[in-house]
Design a protein around this ligand. Structure first.
Ligand code: IVH
Length: 665
């Protein structure tokens, strides 16, 4: 046998045994035999790099090479589902479908898995790409991370279509979730609030070896493509199970409303025995033809709906209210409770949201309160049992007046529910929040630094504000974080590269309250340099489109603060872009004035973001969804079918990129 043959043999065997073990739960060989084969394959691949294969079973081990995610446009947008909370609403859905179809139909009942959704693309039986939901239009390419999940097949068997997409939910089973949090507690790392956050956080890890160690699982529930084998959703998924996918065993076809209710009632309690989190039931019209006839609303399919299980609640005593300061300075009141068992965990603390909610509940210390866990693992107080109040009623809960972190007097902005600590430049959680915002993708786009690293850098004193980032040395980082040289280099390169980030994003990155991305763009258009902005008065500011007094005042108060002024001066000296590029002003036209334009699909000449910029520079407005007010759709390749149908229905013109470019020439 040649080395090549041996490698191929091992790969096939490992794929087969992986499937038997992880998907079918019926291993045919011992763990040791499996590990031995894997090791042999790893050794052979290392010795023969020319025989590399991106879908080899060895990729499941992951790698610690730091990698940034690229964004990928979904061929079909990833929509969400309409939610219902009562049997009446389910019955309404059923009636709506019956009326619209006016013929017999089947409903496929499924569990609603509570993880993070993923889109997988297979070509010629091989996994070629895995993308997160993102904003529904485009997501992050997380293929390397996904490949570490054993229940996701890398190569398929049987009679699969040449190209298709399959969507599903990546989950962290309760057991892995609890073990992970136990470990994190020992290492004094922040805990994950729920398995959903743990799964999505893990999937976004830059290090696929970490993903491999986290024991994720995946259920697939939606097959898309031009050449699916069957006419029914249920039947297609059963076929996909034969190709190697993990499909829920608990799908069921219902022919009547009563059968749907039976399914809901059964799983309402039975789901607690499942190894993964579920938060409801999904009901889907089974026939693909009928699905097509029912179509889509702007946000979700008309042929499917989610039914969310009623959250469990418990009654317990309120002992004290404490207050947390968030990254934006927002204050969250937290109820400290007598420990109580709720959905299998002991609850001691619950969120009280804001001062209005406390007042509305007429909360007193010592009250018996109802605690609920909705979709969130962080429970909330939803009511007070006033009958349980004795003659001795405790003190009324009064919202604090000063920041518990820095002592500043709290303020409340008009129209906002939260109280804020205004001490943006010296209140520790706010400083960390500002740094996190500064480095975020839409701001300075500095990679490799997450909230945990920022926290560590801040606590160890190597950065006190965002300007300090630019003076970081590899040796500083090495002192405080156990990080490989490659990761450190990546961070430093990324920091240096951020000096080229354009003016409008630098303005956004400063984190001036109420100055979001759009406002930052308007400001960058109105002022050619930061000095003009620093010295602008309220009138000049409010003259800018979309800037009202609230934003204007916030900008003025930002630049009035000497700490902010000196920070901006330091950043200027470092070389950040505090000026609009010279030629920029010539690029503006009003050729698209008054036009509202939707971008959809994949383009060849420019990226989506560049098209967005072109629309804005020519006076048009880029909008997210199609309506009767849309002037036209700038469409690339693979525009999603839902969008296409909507555009046709509303008579919105569709133009391609060449036509568009000639419009603005
Ligand atoms: S079908 C167009 N089926 O729930 C239909 N979704 O709000 C697309 N989910 O984003 C989804 N279990 O992440 C479907 N059995 C299931 C599901 C499911 C969980 C999630 C999914 C989706 C969200 C819908």
């Amino acid at each position: 046998m040649t080395v090549e043959d041996r490698i191929e043999y091992l790969r096939n065997e490992l794929h087969r045994h992986n499937y038997n073990y992880y998907v079918l739960n019926s291993p045919l060989i011992s763990d040791k035999e499996f590990d031995d084969m894997m090791r042999e394959l790893q050794d052979l691949e290392q010795a023969h790099p020319d025989l590399q294969d991106d879908n080899s079973p060895t990729v499941r081990v992951g790698s610690d090479i730091n990698k940034n995610f690229t964004q990928v446009v979904h061929q079909y947008p990833m929509l969400s589902l309409g939610n219902t909370y009562s049997e009446d609403e389910v019955s309404d859905f059923y009636d709506r479908v019956a009326k619209a179809l006016n013929e017999d139909f089947e409903i496929c009942c499924e569990l609603k898995y509570d993880g993070t959704s993923i889109s997988l693309i297979y070509e010629n039986g091989k996994l070629i790409r895995a993308v997160t939901r993102g904003d529904g239009e485009k997501g992050d390419d997380v293929t390397e991370n996904i490949k570490t999940i054993h229940t996701i097949p890398l190569v398929l068997h049987g009679d699969y279509p040449k190209r298709f997409e399959i969507r599903g939910e990546v989950l962290m089973p309760w057991e892995s979730f609890e073990a992970l949090n136990r470990e994190r507690e020992l290492r004094e790392e922040p805990l994950f609030a729920n398995p959903r956050n743990a799964a999505s956080g893990t999937l976004k890890s830059q290090n696929s070896a970490v993903v491999a160690s986290r024991k994720l699982d995946a259920y697939l529930y939606y097959l898309l493509g031009e050449e699916l084998p069957c006419n029914g959703h249920y039947e297609n998924l059963k076929a996909a199970a034969k190709w190697g996918f993990k499909i829920s065993e608990h799908m069921k076809i219902a022919h009547t409303l009563q059968e749907i209710f039976d399914y809901i009632n059964y799983w309402d309690s039975e789901r607690k025995k499942l190894p993964v989190a579920t938060d409801g039931i999904v009901l889907k019209v089974n026939s693909l033809k009928q699905q097509k006839n029912l179509g889509y609303t702007a946000k979700s399919p008309r042929w499917a709906i989610a039914y969310k299980f009623q959250a469990e609640r418990a009654l317990t005593r309120l002992n004290k209210v404490t207050y947390q300061v968030g990254r934006t300075g927002a204050i969250t009141p937290v109820a400290n409770l007598d420990p109580v068992l709720l959905s299998g965990t002991i609850v001691k603390r619950a969120s009280l949201h804001n001062a209005d909610i406390i007042a509305k509940l007429d909360l007193h210390i010592g009250d018996m309160v109802y605690v609920e866990k909705g979709g969130e693992i962080i429970p909330k107080i939803t009511g007070v049992d006033k009958n349980a109040r004795g003659i001795l009623i405790g003190e009324k809960v009064a919202f604090i007046t000063n920041c518990p972190e820095c002592g500043s007097k709290l303020i409340r902005y008009e129209g906002e529910a939260a109280h804020y600590c205004p001490n943006e430049t010296a209140c520790p959680p706010q400083i960390k929040g500002k740094i996190e915002h500064f480095i975020s993708r839409k701001a300075m786009n500095i990679d490799g630094l997450g909230p945990e690293t920022v926290d560590q850098f801040y606590r160890s004193g190597i950065i006190k504000d965002v300007a300090d980032l630019y003076h970081l040395q590899a040796t500083d980082i090495k002192k405080v974080e156990r990080m490989g040289m490659k990761s450190i280099e990546n961070i430093l390169t990324s920091i240096a590269a951020s000096k080229e980030v354009p003016f409008e994003r630098v303005i956004f990155a400063l984190g001036i309250r109420f100055v979001g991305e759009t406002v930052a763009k308007k400001i960058a258009r109105a002022f050619s340099c930061i000095e003009d902005l620093e010295n602008a008065d309220i009138e000049t500011l409010t003259n800018i489109d979309e800037i009202g007094t609230k934003i204007a005042q916030s900008i003025i108060s930002y630049f009035k603060n000497p700490t902010n002024r000196s920070l901006v001066a330091r950043l200027k000296e470092i070389g950040l872009q505090f000026k609009r590029p010279e030629q920029d002003s010539n690029e503006y036209t009003d050729k698209l004035a008054g036009k509202s334009i939707v971008i959809s699909g994949i383009f060849t000449h420019h990226s989506r973001d560049e098209y967005k910029l072109l629309i804005e520079k020519n006076g048009g407005k880029n909008v997210g969804s199609i309506s009767s007010k849309t002037s036209f759709i700038l469409a690339g390749e693979n525009m999603g079918p839902a969008k296409l149908e909507k555009a046709r229905k509303l008579g919105v013109p569709i133009i391609d990129e060449n036509e568009f470019l000639s419009m603005i020439l």
